[in-house]
Design a binder for this molecule. Structure first.
Ligand code: NAP
Length: 275
């Protein structure tokens, strides 16, 4: 495959397929896809609006069209719901060439299961902030993926935000921490907003303030490299407001509840693969 001239076929242009494809297309990534074919059963206005400015984007809304799109593909981005991967494989299997590179965004589904498509599998776990270039993506490769293909996958996934390479055995944890993580952070922000509104702050002010506190704190954690507990203790004035608020949260076992939530989501992801 000439790296400068590749066709990317997206099987499942839903939330994640759209988020990752638009992150790639909006980036200056090199090599840049010559063509992107978005496959989904239903043409939606949002889909066409999102990609209207790109003249290298085509669509397929039929099983026959998907087959043709897969035949043309150098790289397949698989982004359907996990339970659908076998059905999608059955639809397109005759068009698979055997040496294509598959990038899968599916939770749970293992590299071994995905190797029905090709021996070259990159399993990626990312999240919805990818759409805004501030997502996180964990990548694991099947042993057959060449160094050159690994570099290409990393380059293509980089526009989603931060990328990390991990062994496949850590993927269920990545599914929880990275994939489900935005929902956990949103719950935390929702609770902070509720508390502020309860005390009389207007919702709009509380909403942007909570979001900026989350963003700023995350930046501080990344830039200092300090442990969260060390940073937290620095803002606890003896007898002050912060330690009072923290102790109230600890009474509700907030820390272990969040940690156990991460554990539960990782276990659920692992159970998908066993089905
Ligand atoms: N959403 C997240 O936050 C998140 C985070 C990490 C990983 N993931 C993973 O990303 C994957 C996609 O999730 P999602 O939230 O993006 O789901 P989604 O929005 O439902 O996207 C799936 C897309 O696939 C389409 N589709 C259904 N059957 C198809 C077929 N036979 N051929 C081609 N396309 C078909 C669906 O169309 P219809 O809607 O018309 O059926 C839909 O557009 C999942 O495997 C999930 O594990 C999601």
């Amino acid at each position: 495959m000439a790296l400068e001239e590749f066709t990317l076929t997206v099987l499942g242009a839903g939330v994640m397929g759209t988020a990752v494809s638009s992150a790639i297309l909006n980036s200056l990534v090199k090599p840049y896809p010559k063509k992107v074919i978005l496959c989904t059963p239903q043409p939606t206005d949002t889909l066409k609006e999102t990609f209207a400015k790109f003249d290298n984007v085509e669509y397929s809304f039929t099983a026959e069209g998907n087959k043709k799109a897969v035949k043309e593909a150098d790289i397949i981005l698989l982004a359907v719901k996990p339970f659908m991967y076998q059905q999608v494989y059955d639809e397109v299997k005759d068009a698979l060439t055997g040496d294509q590179l598959l990038i899968s965004l599916l939770a749970g589904t293992t590299i071994n299961e995905l190797s029905i498509f090709t021996k070259n599998v990159a399993k990626v776990m990312t999240n919805t902030p990818a759409r805004y270039g501030c997502g996180t993506a964990a990548i694991a490769f099947s042993p057959d993926v060449s160094q050159e293909q690994q570099e290409l996958v990393k380059k293509l996934i980089e526009p989603v935000g931060l990328t990390v390479c991990i062994p496949e055995k850590n993927m269920d944890i990545a599914t929880s921490l990275i994939g489900s993580g935005p929902a956990f952070c949103l719950l935390m922000m929702e609770s902070m907003i509720d508390g502020a509104v309860r005390m009389g702050m207007p919702y709009d002010v509380a909403r942007v303030s909570a979001a900026k506190v989350m963003e700023g704190t995350a930046k501080m954690l990344l830039e200092t490299g300090d442990h969260p507990a060390a940073l937290k203790s620095k803002v606890c004035t003896p007898g002050g407001t912060t330690i009072g608020g923290l102790l109230k949260m600890e009474d509700g076992a907030l820390r272990s509840t969040i940690a156990r939530g991460i554990e539960e989501a990782a276990n659920i992801s692992a159970s998908f693969a066993k089905k």
